[in-house]
Design a protein around this ligand. Structure first.
Ligand code: PLP
Length: 392
């Protein structure tokens, strides 16, 4: 069937939102221009009044950025997408558009650190309330909803413990309360999980991670329905301007072309690594949703196409053993970023989750022996060979 509505995400990532100038280039061009010109004052007036199609100014309309937005929207099954300068800019843009003083946001307690900082240090200044619950405890979400709850916010799988949040159940709780559900989908991407299909209202991305996939650019996106995102979020972007550059949009556009293939390869490598780690006597526990003994393996199989590229594990020897393992690697990159062709390794308690404090780490189950690996696209045998000396 060659109807584009029935294309798979892999095909959407390559063929949707293709554009071509009169030069007939095969690969998309980059429109590195801040503004656009008109044939007459009358045409300018008509374009500004939306009476005639046309681009105005790259803070809010640029052909390369628009192509990335349309292609990502097609992959997520969203009506609209607004691209942003970073993943954090996507969160700020969404919250600024959606919330007013007196609103309450109910969020997972396992969120990216800067997300919690954005909520607790900045949005509280404008009278928005936040509270946090165990992301896997549906009763806690039900009890946590308040009369003024406007938004439920979660990441799934969570970082770094790969817990799975039930998107359909959370959407039902949100809608019963008259609230919206937003899912941060940057760990799996639409190649492996489409939250809108399970009832979420909004999706945000850090495109910096797997959408780029090669650690080159920072960017983000907000996705959802035509009115909320296509009109309201777009209007905030037009006014405030935390926009994506055309060059970064072009890099992400090319990234989407290989996304489905890469996510399958990241997942296959992560599964092999998780299986290998599970058989090592020095490893106390492996956290990977693709393993059958993961407590939410069945839920993951329902809402994800594969396990994703992130594997975490507890070492019996605690922090000493974790540091020794990390320091003994020769090929892996010691960095907290993820979603790259290069495998990265980090010790969450002293890096990504250092700022939340020991008590919050203990509550979240992030121990001193925990190591997180974001599996890249190297041969998994070489990744295992790099880890072996530090484990034995
Ligand atoms: C889950 C998650 N959401 C959002 C962000 C923020 O994205 P960015 O770094 O592009 O601002 C990150 C960054 O690490 C992340 O891991």
């Amino acid at each position: 069937m060659n109807d584009r509505r029935h294309w798979s995400e892999a095909t959407q990532g390559i063929r949707s939102a293709e554009y071509r100038t009169e030069l007939r280039e095969h690969s998309p061009a980059i429109f590195a221009t801040s503004s656009f010109v008109y044939d007459s004052a009358g045409q300018a007036a008509r374009v500004f009044a939306s009476e005639e199609p046309g681009y105005i100014y790259s803070r809010f309309t640029n052909p390369t950025v628009e192509a990335f937005e349309k292609r990502l929207a097609a992959m997520e099954g969203a009506e609209a997408c607004v691209a942003t300068a970073s993943g954090m800019a996507a969160e700020m843009t969404l919250l600024m558009t959606l919330l007013r003083s007196g609103d309450h946001v109910l969020a997972s307690r396992t969120l990216f650190g800067s997300t919690i900082s954005l909520f607790n240090n900045y949005f509280v200044k404008f009278g928005v309330e936040f509270s946090y619950v165990d992301p896997c405890d549906l009763d806690a979400w039900r009890v946590g909803v308040r009369r003024n709850t406007r938004l439920l916010f979660a990441e799934t799988p969570t970082n770094p413990l790969c817990e799975i949040v039930d998107i359909a159940a959370l959407a039902e709780i949100a809608h019963k309360a008259g609230a919206l559900l937003c899912v941060d989908n940057c760990f799996l991407t639409p190649a492996l999980q489409q939250p809108l299909r399970f009832g979420a209202d909004l999706v945000i991305h850090s495109a910096t991670k797997f959408l780029d996939g090669q650690g080159r650019c920072v960017g983000g996106a907000v996705l959802g329905d035509r009115k909320r995102v296509g009109e309201e979020v777009f209007s905030f972007m037009r006014t405030a301007g935390p926009c994506l550059s055309p060059f970064n949009a072009w890099v992400f556009l090319k990234g989407l072309e290989t996304l489905a293939l890469r996510m399958q390869a990241h997942s296959a490598g992560a599964l092999r690594l998780a299986q290998w780690l599970a058989g090592r006597p020095q490893v106390a526990k492996v956290y990977y949703p693709g393993l059958p003994d993961h407590p939410q393996h069945a839920l993951a199989a329902r809402q994800q196409r594969a396990g994703g590229g992130i594997v975490s594990f507890d070492l019996k020897g605690g922090k000493d053993a974790a540091f020794k393992l990390i320091d003994a690697t020769r090929m892996l990159s010691i960095t907290a970023n993820l979603g790259d062709t290069r495998t990265t390794i980090t010790h969450p308690a002293t890096t990504t989750h250092h700022r939340i404090g020991a008590e919050a780490r203990a509550r979240a189950g992030i121990g001193d022996g925990l190591v997180r690996i974001a599996v890249g696209l190297e041969d998994v045998d070489d990744i295992i060979a790099d880890l072996e000396p530090g484990l034995s």
